[in-house]
Design a protein around this ligand. Structure first.
Ligand SMILES: [Zn+2]
Length: 145
């Protein structure tokens, strides 16, 4: 179950304990695509261009220089925006004002299915009276809360 670390008008930051099977202890932050797009006009524009690619989206790298350039720009922008948003949010948690981290496509899984921000330290939160190393999710606040 995700617990709420903090909420603002724009987002909600939730957490769950990291698996004890995971050998790497530093915390991860996963930023929702929809929230990243809401927050950044350039990312919205690049995503719209990608949506307009149609069949060209299946091009192999090297077949179409314009498509390659679009994906390079889109991926760079995703990394920049998600890193900034993740660090801004975690720095709002008392005790983590100096946290740093980098975006990685492989933050949550070696296959690339779970891109996110790998922090330079563990974030600890209390769960049922005990301190746990946690991973965090940054999502848009839904209308009903
Ligand atoms: Zn995976």
């Amino acid at each position: 179950m995700k617990r709420v670390a903090l909420t603002t008008d724009a987002y909600r930051l939730t957490y769950v304990p990291r698996s004890t099977r995971d050998p790497v202890a530093s915390s991860r932050v996963y930023v929702a695509d929809s929230l990243a797009e809401q927050s950044d006009e350039q990312l919205r524009e690049l995503s719209a261009q990608e949506a307009d690619l149609g069949k060209l989206r299946w091009s192999q790298r090297g077949e179409n220089a314009d498509v390659d350039k679009l994906y390079d720009r889109l991926n760079r922008r995703i990394a920049t925006v998600k890193r900034r948003m993740a660090l801004d949010a975690v720095r709002e948690i008392p005790g983590y004002v100096n946290v740093e981290g980098d975006f990685s496509r492989y933050a949550g899984c070696s296959c690339g299915c779970s891109p996110g921000v790998i922090l330079d330290q563990e974030v600890h939160m209390m769960i049922d009276g005990r301190s746990h190393c946690v991973d965090l999710w940054l999502e848009a606040k839904s209308i009903d809360d």
